[in-house]
Write a protein that binds this ligand. Structure first.
Ligand code: NAD
Ligand code: MG
Length: 393
């Protein structure tokens, strides 16, 4: 029996994880879960999955949840704040931790899980964008296994040769081909992008996801963050990572070898496949995902990404090339800009402008300590908020 902790259980990835786990009650037990402030969602999950510990990031939400559970499930302990999230991440009965908090808020809890020696199922790409170097050092120091949940990175992982961690050259890997759907605005005339609404941006053609990553997919910042994620996970220089637009989202990514072979992983666009893969690796378990019907798919298309249409992709390449704390700055400015867009305070077309201006006005520093990176994150948030305020008034 494998104990699983889920950071971000009430989100899109969290729910898909619980769906897969519920198919294998003989193999997995949910021991701990966390959420931000969705008390009712967490209450329902507690009653269905009976973990021993739950954390709410927000203190008032934790109190409200504890009141409800006192009558219904008094054996469940409720904690709160960053310390609570860390307790979920390091629960002694957990062998595996699903890191599915959205944003840089997930970094400190997932680092705690690494330091506690847990197997990490990593959905929270922002953690790697902010602190990829530190994260991978900690992974090596503690000898933990990281299994990527992001569908592209999970696909790359499945196509990589054994021992790729020792260097891609020695294993004959030439390039990573990272596929991207192009999001809902792949063919929208550029002049119409300025006026698109949050609802349009969140209506992804192939994937059903949380709102922040849905907007990131629409700007293609998601692919930019994923280039940085792939750089750290697979030790690949940015110029070895080619983004390929593939509107059907059936090929989840590819690895090209020096002999010209290109290995791909395919499947229906359903996150339960990478989740089940990572939960069971190196074995395989049923995920509940239907067989891929290639006759139904019928064709696979590919296009070059257009950096004029998707300036966020270029900003992400710039951040990784500048290195140090610049990816943390990019990520923080993006989180602020996307939240403002979802709140109706910023136009869609202004998202890349706020990010670029934040990057221009701050200098990247070294990325040698968590403190420096968290300071860069906080300063970039303040700067982006200031730029936003200046824009609206
Ligand atoms: P979501 O918004 O649906 O869920 C986020 C979860 O994190 C929720 O449980 C929420 O309560 C929790 N949370 C939010 N802010 C928090 C905070 N400040 N402190 C603690 N907890 C907080 O997001 P999602 O779509 O499930 O995405 C989660 C992560 O997985 C993201 O990093 C995303 O990029 C990545 N990811 C998601 C998908 C997908 O299909 N949804 C695919 C690939 C990668
Ligand atoms: Mg992805």
């Amino acid at each position: 029996m494998i104990g699983v902790s889920i950071l971000g259980s009430t989100g899109s990835i969290g729910k898909s994880t619980l769906d897969v786990l519920a198919r294998h009650p003989d193999r997995y037990r949910v021991v701990a879960m966390s959420a931000n402030s969705d008390v009712e969602g967490m209450r329902r999950q507690c009653l269905a999955h009976r973990p021993s510990l739950v954390a709410m990031a927000d203190h008032a939400s934790a109190e409200a949840l504890a009141d409800l559970l006192a009558a219904e499930a008094p054996e469940i302990t409720v904690v709160s704040g960053v310390e609570g999230l860390k307790a979920v991440a390091t629960h002694e009965a957990a062998g595996q931790v699903m890191a599915a908090i959205v944003g840089a808020a997930g970094l400190v809890p997932v680092l705690a899980a690494v330091e506690a020696g847990k197997r990490i199922l990593l959905a929270n790409k922002e953690a790697l964008v902010v602190a990829g170097g530190l994260f991978m050092d900690a992974v090596r120091r503690h000898g933990v296994t990281v299994l990527p949940i992001d569908s592209e990175h999970n696909a790359v992982f499945q196509c990589m040769p054994e021992g790729y961690e020792q260097g891609l050259d020695g294993k004959g890997v030439r390039r990573i081909l990272l596929t991207a759907s192009g999001g809902p605005f792949r063919t929208t005339p550029v002049e119409e992008l300025a006026s698109v609404t949050p609802e349009q941006a969140c209506a992804h053609p192939n994937w059903d996801m949380g709102r922040k990553i849905s907007v990131d997919s629409a700007t293609m910042m998601n692919k930019g963050l994923e280039v940085i994620e792939a750089h750290w996970l697979f030790g690949a220089a940015p110029e070895r990572i080619q983004v390929v637009i593939h509107p059907q989202s059936v090929i989840h990514s590819m690895v090209e070898y020096v002999d010209g072979s290109v290995l791909a992983q395919l499947g229906n666009p359903d996150m339960r496949t990478p989740i089940a893969h990572a939960l069971a690796w190196p074995e395989r378990i049923d995920s509940g995902v239907a067989s891929l019907d290639l006759f139904d798919v019928a064709r696979l298309d590919f296009e070059k990404p257009d950096l004029k249409r998707f300036p966020c992709l270029g900003l992400a390449f710039r951040a990784i090339e500048e290195g140090g704390s610049m990816p943390a700055i990019l990520n923080a400015a993006n989180e602020v800009a996307v939240a403002a867009f979802l709140d109706g305070r910023l136009g869609f077309g202004d998202i890349p402008r706020v990010i670029e201006q934040t990057m221009d006005s701050l200098r990247g520093q070294g990325a040698d300590s968590l403190e420096i990176l968290l300071q860069a994150d906080a300063l970039a948030r303040k700067t982006a908020e200031r730029l936003l305020a200046a824009r609206v008034t």
